[in-house]
Design a protein around this ligand. Sequence first.
Ligand SMILES: [Zn+2]
Length: 297
Amino acid sequence: MFGRVVKFINTTALCAVVLFFIACNNGGASAPEAGAQKLKAVVSGYAPYAIAEAVLKDAAALQMLVPPGTEAHSFEPTPQNAAAIQNADFFFFTSGRMEPWAMEISDGRGIALAYELPNNNPKDPHVWMDFDNTLAMANNMAMYVARKYPQLEAQLLQNTSDFNRQIQMLKRLYGQTLANCQTRDIYHVGHSAFGYIARNYNLNFKPLIGATFEGEPSARDMAQMIKEIKTKNLSYIFTEEVLNSRLAEVISKESGARLLNLYTIEGVSKEEFENKTGYRRFMMLNLQNLSKGLSCA
Ligand SMILES: [Zn+2]
């Protein structure tokens, strides 16, 4: 129901008033009120964390299980993580493909946000790299929380609606910026996390490593990548934050192309986490570097 609600609120202000009225008269379970104790929401990694920051805002205290500075795909949960989930009101994760450990550790209580996505590629778990998917995940999260705590529905509607507006702006900016670029090749010394962006904006994404960090890149793969970068005479190539930076430096040096960073958002550095960088800012940084690296107009 919440999904329909959020779509509807964008088209008519009257609807918002009506829904607000319904939300406020829903009675419902013991929701935290202003100044009362917050909800406790545990999230798997940074992508659901960033969505929860936008959707739940002050309504919930968030705990992220994959620590900042670690690689998300190889994460193994601890018994403390299981206890944190048991003590929380909600446990959100992305999907069984992204976090294969999530359902087991949560005794089935975990909520996968990546369902009924408009643009799902089952082979690529980095669904939040598509803006419409991210909005669907935000809606799904809001729906679950509003169902359990109806008193929060109006607040969640407002937050989700604000997020929707911000993301639509970002989406337009991506479309405009990436429409005219001198090259459309993204040579990425990293894993296959940007397939959605490549598909949505007609870019050729060439990652060195597969979708979930499985397997080391071979010397042959590296040599092939260097050869192609040199042949195409590219000024810039890309890398990502959590990866061993030596690999990227070697390929940069050998190919003569300079490195730019792309943020996967599945992980986050300690500094970025403490600075509350957030989904929008990371996607904006990605656009800036793509625009620079691909020489977009
Ligand atoms: Zn990944």
